[in-house]
Design a protein around this ligand. Structure first.
Ligand code: HEM
Length: 145
């Protein structure tokens, strides 16, 4: 199965609703990431004002929007960020978990608004991103984790 038009609409609506309800979700996303993967927090030590964190989330969401629409550059962006992140000490298996953290954070922000259909749509998106990460990792001959 791949992303249907209905899935795409549900994902887009959920991202817009998170912005309505919580404004900038960046602090919530990183609080969750560091609670789940504390070993990642020291990697952001030079990002004193959180701007790299904000930029990273924006790029990840742009990547999602590309997959929902034109599908022009998500694959290439993921490919190059996999290599950059490997240099930061973030292996591909961890890289892919960021999108999962975003999904879980958004589900928490939206509470009862997050329904089974929205959950299924995000599940499909995450499966697709996992597949892209796997393919690009293999293509680049990188160690997965
Ligand atoms: C859990 C997974 C991830 C971790 C732990 C992680 C970690 C990092 C770290 C440590 C930096 C450097 C911060 C600095 O310069 O001080 C960074 C930068 C960046 N990351 Fe990630 N990353 C993850 C996933 C992703 C994903 C999925 C994307 C997008 C597809 C992404 C896009 C970026 C971008 C664009 C930057 C540069 C930000 C800037 O300097 O303005 N990252 N990431």
């Amino acid at each position: 199965m791949s992303l249907s038009e209905q899935h795409k609409q549900l994902i887009e609506n959920s991202i817009e609703r998170v912005a309505d309800v919580a404004g900038d979700p960046s602090p919530l996303v990183y609080a969750r990431l560091f609670a789940e993967q504390p070993e990642m927090e020291p990697l952001f030590i030079l990002d004193r004002d959180g701007s790299a964190q904000g930029h990273m989330l924006a790029e990840a969401l742009d990547c999602v929007f590309d997959l929902l629409g034109p599908r022009g550059y998500a694959r290439t962006l993921i490919q190059s960020e996999l290599t950059n992140h490997s240099g930061f000490g973030v292996p591909p298996t961890v890289f892919a978990t960021f999108f999962r953290v975003v999904r879980d954070c958004f589900a928490e922000v939206l509470g009862s608004e997050w329904n089974a259909e929205t959950d299924a749509a995000w599940g499909e998106l995450l499966r697709e991103i996992d597949a892209i990460v796997e393919q690009q990792t293999a293509k680049a001959g990188m160690e997965v984790g």
